[in-house]
Design a protein around this ligand. Sequence first.
Ligand SMILES: Cc1cc2nc3c(=O)[nH]c(=O)nc-3n(C[C@H](O)[C@H](O)[C@H](O)COP(=O)(O)O)c2cc1C
Length: 186
Amino acid sequence: MSRDALEVIRTRRAVRAMTSEPVRREQLEQILDAAAHAPNAGNRRLQRLVVIDDDATLRVLRMVSPGMLQRPAAAVVICIDVARAVEYGLPARSSGLFIDVGTAAQTMMLAAHALGLGSGPVTSFSRAAVSTVLNLPARWSPEMVVCLGHAATTQPSPVGPHRRSTWRDLTYWGRLGSDATTAAGS
Ligand SMILES: Cc1cc2nc3c(=O)[nH]c(=O)nc-3n(C[C@H](O)[C@H](O)[C@H](O)COP(=O)(O)O)c2cc1C
């Protein structure tokens, strides 16, 4: 199934209730392929994607991830290869590395939605515990988990403010005037 890109962008939601139906391997591969097409600072590709789709490991992953409200059929743990970044001369906490985690995550979530799957990002987890559970190399830092699965019919209420911001709420045109601070804070 494929949908108009703008509709996919507008209708994707963080899915926090998923059925036990598995995600097919070919769908996972399409989602991972989408990540490889995400924009990436300097085209260095310092993100590493660890796919977990076995129930036992997913269960343990959930135990160390308080922000993982869903029971996903699969999860992609996006890691930064910090040692490789340093070899490139980048600071270990260079902003581009984290932005690239976001571009990979969003690209995967949009791909999942286009395939008719649900997804939900999670950053509330113990990095140390996830590293141990997944036996990650010491030089990799897990930064975000993208949960994948089939959306349940009923979803918990969205978190945060009930009203969705519109682009007008978020946007300023051109140079900001002296009242910009007030406007941005309102
Ligand atoms: C950096 C980041 C971290 C997030 N961490 C979590 C998380 O730990 N648990 C969770 O349920 N949702 C998490 N989310 C999802 C947001 O809560 C969600 O995107 C937001 O409420 C807007 O809802 P929407 O994605 O349905 O538009 C995270 C999103 C981002 C971008």
